[in-house]
Design a protein around this ligand. Structure first.
Ligand code: BES
Ligand code: MN
Ligand code: ZN
Length: 510
């Protein structure tokens, strides 16, 4: 992972392979952002003019590489766009810095050390730059052959930027130090979630995911309990078993617990962990199944968030529940029309085996409720309907408590994740009525994301505050990378969950 350091050196004298500067979109052309004064001086004060000649505008996502003039230690200058120049009395938005640092890290793949001379106002800006650099430097290369290239290439373009020195921070200041440590922990865990998502389903299946969780948890002092298929059957987890029974890779329910001796609150996080979603007997057509290894993104986010909380040593208890199953069609698979007896005791008629996420989550929600946490948040790539509603970059937030839904929306915006509150209209519940069972796993197609949310709501324990994040849109990014977002798994919701745990630890919630 990219190492983060804070440096008081000048951008002109720091030994690095490249120096990163910010450029904003001003009313009359590109403007060099604060932090890059020494670099601009080396260009005789003409850096903005040079950039404009090269076609740069300061727009978000731009990256312009220049050979450095004499006077700079680093041989290369990289100018990254920060977007619109903020008003005189306002600084750059944290998300603008995070994205610019991410764009820079992507442009500097293969480079050893870069100095980031971006505008730093406070510890928060340092944190944003650090997070952006680590997340932007992410690459998933475990499945690429080397073809002997590694020995010959000067800069290995598949190797992430090794070190990011952030200038302008105060290395001895407690707040700045903490900001860098937090950035490394959180962004590092976002990258862990991405790895888990990107590993193909032939290598990441319920049992191997559980083993992965056990290994990582040991390293961070977390307590892990795994229910295998025998224990799930015996325990009456009809939802998880019903989804997993068609696969040669049997299901698991993993409980991973972080506890703090002085914690006053307990947060339960529940993740949908369908390691592959073929749709089951209600098979998905070609064109809809190629990226379905991503259907465990909720569980990945939950696990990564619990590890991040442990790394930060937060004064709160956080229990993660990973509901792991592979949804496959076979002679042993659940058929459309079958009725499952859920862990809660409710019976569910499975009208569509492709609506499997809610079935595994329902059991995990009931199980999590038994421990009576102060709040439960589930995270799931649950419905295509949510992608249609909110697009590919925004997750939906539903809840049984208006204040909690608003708090999560606010937290998401604060950490730079796009989210939007969605309702749970009561009248949609009856569309899931079944003619033979307590309910069906499907209702109206219209508002399908909300119907799924209403299904989950029934499995949350009486009186427990609960929110549901449908990350089907942002979990997996298929288009060109931007900012700190790579192709593939994004680690959506990890940063929101960590900040939620911090807020809970601080007693700012409920
Ligand atoms: N895993 C899918 C949802 C999904 C869609 C995730 C696109 C990521 C991208 C989920 O299990 C599913 O198949 N949902 C169905 C539900 C329907 C059958 C009620 C859907 O959304 O079509
Ligand atoms: Mn499905
Ligand atoms: Zn699914």
């Amino acid at each position: 992972m990219t190492a983060l350091t804070l440096s008081t050196s000048s951008a002109a004298t720091l030994r690095a392979d490249a120096v990163v500067v910010g450029v904003a979109k001003g009313p009359k052309g590109p403007v060099v952002a604060p932090g890059a004064e020494a670099v601009d001086q080396a260009f005789d004060g003409k850096l903005a003019a040079v950039l404009e000649t090269l076609g740069a505008s300061g727009g978000e996502g731009e990256a312009t590489k220049l050979p450095a003039p004499s006077g700079l230690k680093a041989p290369v200058v990289l100018a990254v766009g920060l977007g619109e120049l903020p008003a005189e009395d306002e600084g750059f938005a944290e998300e603008a810095l995070r994205r610019a640092a991410g764009t820079a890290a992507r442009a500097l793949a293969g480079v050893k050390k870069a100095a980031f001379a971006l505008p730093v106002e406070d510890a928060e800006s340092v944190a944003a730059i650090g997070e952006g650099a680590i997340m932007g430097a992410y690459s998933f290369t475990s499945y690429r052959g080397t073809d002997g290239k590694k020995e010959t290439a000067k800069a290995d373009r598949s190797a992430p930027l090794a070190e990011a020195a952030i200038l302008g921070g105060k290395p001895r200041d407690k707040a700045f130090k903490a900001a860098v440590e937090r950035a490394a922990a959180v962004a590092g865990e976002v990258n862990r979630a991405r790895d888990l998502i990107n590993i193909p389903s032939n290598d990441l299946f319920p049992k191997s995911f559980a083993t992965e969780a056990q290994t990582a948890a040991k390293e961070h002092g977390l307590k892990v309990e795994v229910l295998d298929e025998k224990a799930l059957l015996k325990g009456g987890f009809g939802g998880i078993m019903g989804v997993g029974q068609g696969s040669a890779n049997p299901p698991r329910l993993v409980r991973v617990a972080y506890t703090h001796p002085k914690a006053e609150k307990t947060l339960a996080l529940v993740g949908k962990g369908i390691t592959y979603d073929s749709g089951g007997i209600s098979l998905k057509p070609a064109g809809h199944n190629e990226t379905m290894k991503c259907d465990m993104s909720g569980a990945a986010a939950v696990f990564a968030a619990v590890v991040a909380v442990a790394k930060l040593g937060l004064q709160v208890n956080v229990t993660g529940w990973l509901a792991l199953a592979e949804n496959m069609p076979s002679g042993t698979a659940t058929r459309p029309g079958d009725v499952l007896k859920m862990y809660s005791g409710k019976t569910v008629e499975v009208l569509n085996t492709d609506a499997e996420g809610r079935l595994v989550l329902a059991d995990a929600l009931t199980r999590a409720s038994e421990e009576n946490p102060d709040a439960i948040v589930d995270v799931a790539t649950l419905t295509g309907a949510m992608v249609l509603a909110l697009g590919e970059r925004t997750f939906g937030v539903m809840a049984n408590d208006d204040a909690f839904r608003a708090a999560i929306h606010e937290i998401a915006e604060e950490v730079g994740e796009q989210a939007w509150p969605m309702p749970l209209p009561a009248e949609l519940r009856k569309t899931m009525d079944s003619s033979i069972a307590d309910m069906a796993n499907m209702g109206d197609r219209m508002g399908g994301g909300l119907v799924a949310g209403l299904f989950l709501k029934e499995f949350v324990g009486e009186g427990i505050t609960w929110a549901h994040l449908d990350i089907a849109g942002p979990a997996f990014h298929e288009k060109a990378p931007y900012g700190y977002t790579p192709k593939g798994g994004t680690g959506s919701a990890v940063r929101t969950l960590v900040r939620l745990a911090e807020r809970t630890a601080d007693g700012d919630l409920g």
